[in-house]
Design a protein around this ligand. Structure first.
Ligand SMILES: [Mg+2]
Length: 348
């Protein structure tokens, strides 16, 4: 007889998203000899002979991951595909196919669902990915989108979250914190709309950050650039939960610490201005905002010359011994331990 009343030692809220994943998957066995990596990286890695197959899945829930008040449906479809392709990029791979699961409540019209599919089609077209199947069902409440992305990578090109080595350089693509700045604006307009439904949204001039939030792009271009300059990252992850959370993953997988330099973290002027107008430190947006879908990776010191003049890549720090800790060197020169808040929906 099973004892269903036995009190578990933790609650889901205490474990948080990553703790819950570790807890639920700790007893999983692999039965297939070609499973190279299972749970715990941006994508699973399967040996299919001459290359590796990459598999990843994301689940997007209305009310948790998106808000229908300000998320255009076409953008939502696009973003749902883009964030999955980003995980394939994080493995240094090329996405090839997607499978789409969708749960729709009767609140949605056929036209609305068509808009979501049009967004997914546009993302597939841009990234030359084939939509090859899925499942459609009704949902009691809200919209559910679950996408599986499939890709491939040459065996000697695959990148994991680690291990990086001490003194390797930490790099990031694009700029950070923009998606969160966009979200701040949209949340502000939503709150004002609730008070005054006749108002016109005041979003002009902030297109960059709005697009960062509503329509992110996977950085496949960075994967190509790194290939062209013959640099293979020693560790790589995409930034879905914020720089702080992601660098901690790289440190954990490398059993190392790191030093990030605040002044080197790339932040767009628009992001900077909006964060300031909300009395939020722009660095906090970059560290804990999330949803930027940029690539965070480490490179060998020998590769510095190849990377230093690439405009889309910033070198923001280096790996250290574990005992040194995971630290931010602030603009004023003080050392602050990086704590990941991220977007951990399960933690209180
Ligand atoms: Mg990821």
């Amino acid at each position: 007889m099973t004892d269903n009343n036995k009190k578990p030692s933790h609650t889901i809220a205490e474990l948080g998203e990553f703790g819950l994943i570790d807890y639920l998957t700790k007893n999983l066995e692999h039965f297939q000899p070609n499973t190279v990596t299972g749970v715990g990286d941006d994508a699973a890695v399967i040996d299919i002979g001459d290359k590796y197959l990459l598999l990843t899945k994301d689940l997007l829930l209305e009310g948790i991951h998106f808000d229908m008040t300000y998320q255009p449906l076409r953008h939502l479809g696009y973003k749902a595909v883009a964030v999955n392709l980003s995980d394939i990029c994080a493995m240094n791979g090329t996405p090839t196919h997607i499978l789409v699961g969708i749960g729709i409540s009767n609140r949605y019209t056929l036209e609305a669902v068509e808009e979501i599919y049009e967004g997914m089609r546009l993302a597939c077209e841009k990234y030359k990915v084939d939509f090859v199947g899925g499942d459609t069902t009704s949902s009691v409440q809200g919209l559910v989108l679950s996408i599986t992305a499939i890709g491939t990578v040459k065996k000697d090109k695959v990148t994991y979250r680690g291990p990086a080595l001490p003194n390797e350089l930490i790099c990031v693509s694009g700029d950070l914190g923009g998606a969160y700045a966009g979200l701040l604006l949209l949340e502000r307009e939503k709150a004002e709309f609730k008070v005054n439904p006749d108002m016109q949204p005041d979003l002009q001039g902030n297109e960059y950050v709005l697009e960062r939030f509503l329509k992110p792009e996977p950085r496949q271009d960075i994967i190509r650039i790194l290939q062209d300059i013959h640099v293979k990252p020693t560790a790589m992850i995409d930034i879905s939960d914020g720089l702080a959370s992601e660098i901690k993953h790289i440190c954990k997988h490398s059993d190392l610490g790191c030093a990030l330099y605040e002044e080197k973290i790339p932040i767009d002027q628009q992001t900077y201005d909006i964060a300031r107008s909300f009395n939020i430190d722009p660095t906090t947006c970059a560290l804990n905002g999330g949803e930027d879908y940029e690539l965070l990776f480490t490179i060998r010191q020998n590769d510095y010359e190849k990377v230093k003049n690439i405009p889309e890549i910033s070198i923001i720090g280096h790996m250290t011994e574990k005992s040194a800790g995971i630290n931010l060197i602030t603009k004023s020169g003080s050392l602050v331990e990086i704590k990941a808040q991220g977007w951990d929906h399960l933690k209180k």
